[in-house]
Design a binder for this molecule. Structure first.
Ligand code: PEP
Length: 269
């Protein structure tokens, strides 16, 4: 399908399923296991760069070790999030962090089910759903990640795999206020490769249909972010695609200059 044909198909799907095209975009940065105290200077630079209110919502998810100091640096100029949380609020879980702890340190959101958690920590869909519930319990927005591997895409299974992850990872009582979904094809994360525009549009339309099917009409307003090798050079093209309601950005969120360029490509809708 050409990019134009895919856009037309997505518009039709949105007309059928809701108004996923008109949502304020969210640009979220995931620092992963990167960042020492010296890197807080990037957040100061980000704050300076955001002095003129951006057209979209901006969130940075630094490592938990920096969260409280990052909140100090951000001073309300942008929101902060965690990268993972335990399903329980407290207890004997050495090395883990709860959603309540993230909230206490200044977070308003948390990423759950990132493919690196699924891959390296064996997290299953039901674990991700429990973490999403934990996020809500603490008053955080959950950014629930889904995405297919390269082998799954090559086998023609990308859509059913993502549909299955939505069914397993997104609790049925999710709302647009407490949940966003990040579509992150695993093979695009940190590789410099991205799906074609037509593939992104087709997948986002599919995710929209699955979310509306699962949540009912409120699924129309749940933001669907794209993640995987978003950078200043491709952000505008990706963020202008139908039903792309923002981006989850890894490597390119580490430097304020790059991240600001991506934020600048965000749309008010
Ligand atoms: C991510 O880790 O969520 C991600 C999208 O990484 P990158 O932008 O580096 O591909």
């Amino acid at each position: 399908m050409s990019g134009q044909a895919a856009q037309a198909a997505a518009k039709k799907a949105c007309g059928e399923t809701g108004r996923g095209m008109n949502l304020r975009q969210l640009i979220a940065g995931n620092w992963k296991m990167n960042g020492l105290a010296a890197d807080l200077a990037e957040l100061e630079a980000l704050k300076r760069g955001l002095a003129m209110a951006p057209a979209c919502d901006v969130l940075v998810c630094p490592p938990a070790s920096l969260l409280a100091r990052a909140a100090e640096a951000a001073k309300g100029a942008f929101a902060l999030g965690g990268q993972d949380c335990h399903a329980e609020a407290r207890g004997a879980f050495t090395g883990d962090i709860s959603a309540e702890m993230l909230k206490d340190a200044g977070a308003s959101a948390v990423i759950v089910g990132h493919s690196e958690r699924r891959q390296f920590h064996g997290e299953r869909d039901q674990d991700v759903a429990a973490k999403a519930r934990a996020a809500w319990r603490a008053g955080l927005m959950a950014i629930i990640c889904i995405g297919e591997t390269e082998a799954e895409r090559d086998a023609g299974n990308a859509h059913p795999v993502c549909g299955g992850q939505i069914g397993g990872s997104v609790p049925k009582d999710a709302t647009a206020a407490n949940t966003a979904i990040a579509y992150e094809p695993v093979w695009a994360i940190g590789t410099g490769r991205t799906p074609s525009e037509a593939d992104v549009v087709a997948m986002h339309a599919h995710i929209r249909r699955c979310v509306v099917e699962r949540l009912g009409p409120i699924g129309r307003d749940v933001r669907i972010l794209y993640g995987g090798s978003v950078k200043p050079s491709n952000a505008r093209a990706i963020l202008s695609l139908d039903d792309v309601n923002g981006a989850l950005v890894g490597g390119a969120s580490l430097k304020a200059r790059d991240f600001l360029e991506i934020v600048g490509a965000g749309m008010p809708h």
